[in-house]
Design a protein around this ligand. Sequence first.
Ligand code: ATP
Ligand code: MG
Length: 272
Amino acid sequence: MAAILVAQDLSAVGGISLSAAVPVLTAMQYEVAALPTSLLSTHTSGYGKPAVVDLSSWLPAVFDHWTRADLQFDAALIGYVGSVQLCQQLTQYLSRQPLDLLVVDPVLGDLGELYSGFDQQYVEAMRDLVKTADVILPNVTEAALLTGRPYQPVPDLRATLTALQAGLKPGAHAVITDVTREDRIGCAWLDERGAVQFVGEPRLPGHYNGTGDTLAAAIAGLLGRGFSLTRSLELANQWMHLAVAETLAERRTDPRQGIALAQMLRAILSLN
Ligand code: ATP
Ligand code: MG
């Protein structure tokens, strides 16, 4: 069993981020270290202002303890971090780990806007963090922010991906995660020859919370299990389609809740 460290926010209610990543990666047979970077009573979409606990003084103590306890991780997935200082602390801690894989979902914004509480200094810290990654998973907005290119809902993928790749270490991959092509939604990246590749599934009606986080957990899990980038993105997008379809079919009474995971977990278990 490989050990994976997942660092992102934990929202008690809402079924996204850490709450979604843990079952997905557990089903993929990882030992999961679930590190909340911030604690929230709910996620931030639709419930009003959540009660938040800032964990920035706890996290350095966690890293100290883990170092004393000689814990080692084979892989890591970083999602929402929240502060410049914590980006730096995470980068420093992970640089001392014998990681085979570091996946970063550079959570910065969506729909052309930075998330509230983030500024240009935070974007800079994220640019430093992604330099250490093997794979980064920005959405279209985050790709614009990381590269300094103006936001366009339908960007020039080749130019944007080329600019993203320039900020990564050699051999690393940038994958844009919310690309629309005709009636499909999926991921775009550059192959070895610099050509844009796309995998996706039919877009289903509606907008859902937690799709980006769940997709990132699935991709990190598949890559860590040795699947190629292309195969990982194909499978992860198929699973996301199952999850969104299940969410639709359930006709949820509370649309704020993240996506339904049972069908996706079934598909993951059948892969094992
Ligand atoms: P976030 O906004 O959480 O950062 P993101 O913007 O990176 O996430 P999303 O738009 O949430 O990305 O999409 C992530 C993945 O979820 C897509 O690649 C797709 O696989 C799936 N997905 C999202 N919305 C839909 C939908 N309406 N129908 C089908 N699949 C979807
Ligand atoms: Mg999005």
